[in-house]
Design a protein. Structure first.
Length: 250
């Protein structure tokens, strides 16, 4: 499904969806401390979404079994919450989607559990988040997807990080993944044109290694092939005439 320009009513509902998501994700950030389990966080986001009159978008999507993706250390993406408690120093990524009045938003953050980032963990997290905002700076109506991709790639490569090329940003709104794809590498001036009213999830994903990945036997958990730590930062945005509106930021 190619992401189409959203109507005024759909944009209103996406703004509401994004604010619900942003509030829950900030509460997850505060909750994610040493000793807390993934299952406790999964139960929490389900409760908070239900109270807000929303639905967790990932549950059941292509068979995914949980309400939020929790990816720890060398897990890049699609980690399934379980009974294992978080440990101090874990690199924890929380990737979450909300459906409100039929409209979906998607956002993610990476944090270090129980301590301030330092060393390679700090480089990984800071550069991946910086790459997200570098990509957002390149979004304008009638610019190209490749402009966004090239900006993200430049930041990640300058920081010496491995780009996970199989995992990309994407259109979002009516379903979790709409076209077009938004790779985290590319050439400026290439790819589909952005149009005012399109909604996209921009999500740099990187590792401290070479960026290659493997999938566990559960069919979901994606790990770095070399065992290196991974990070992801993501926002859902609305393309405007002169930039973008971040829908999943408080």
């Amino acid at each position: 499904m190619f992401t189409r320009v959203k109507t005024a009513k759909e944009i209103i509902n996406m703004r509401a969806s994004g604010q619900i998501l942003a509030e829950i994700l900030e509460e997850v950030r505060a909750m994610a401390d040493e000793g807390v389990t993934g299952q406790e966080i999964d139960d929490f986001v389900l409760k908070k979404a239900s109270l807000a009159g929303a639905r967790c978008s990932f549950k059941g999507y292509n068979g995914y079994p949980a309400h939020i993706c929790i990816s720890i250390n060398d897990v890049i993406n699609h980690g399934i919450p379980g009974s294992k408690p978080l440990k101090k120093g874990d690199v924890a990524t929380f990737d979450f989607g909300i459906t409100y009045n039929g409209m979906i938003t998607d956002s993610a953050l990476t944090m270090i559990v129980g301590e301030e980032p330092s060393g390679d963990k700090k480089r990984l997290c800071e550069a991946t988040e910086t790459a997200l905002y570098a990509g957002l700076e390149e979004i304008d109506a009638d610019d190209h997807i490749g402009d966004v991709s090239a900006a993200i790639q430049g930041v990640l490569e300058q920081a010496g990080l491995g780009i996970v090329r199989e995992l990309v940003g994407h259109g979002v709104g009516h379903v979790v993944h709409e076209q077009p794809d938004v790779p985290n590498y590319g050439r400026a001036g290439s790819g589909p044109l952005l149009k005012k009213g399109m909604t996209l999830a921009i999500e740099p994903i990187a590792t401290l290694g070479d960026g290659t990945m493997t999938v566990d036997d559960d069919g979901w958990t994606i790990r770095s092939r070399d065992g290196s730590l991974a990070a992801q930062f993501e926002h859902t945005i609305l393309v405007t005439d002169d930039g973008c509106e971040i829908l999943t930021k408080l």
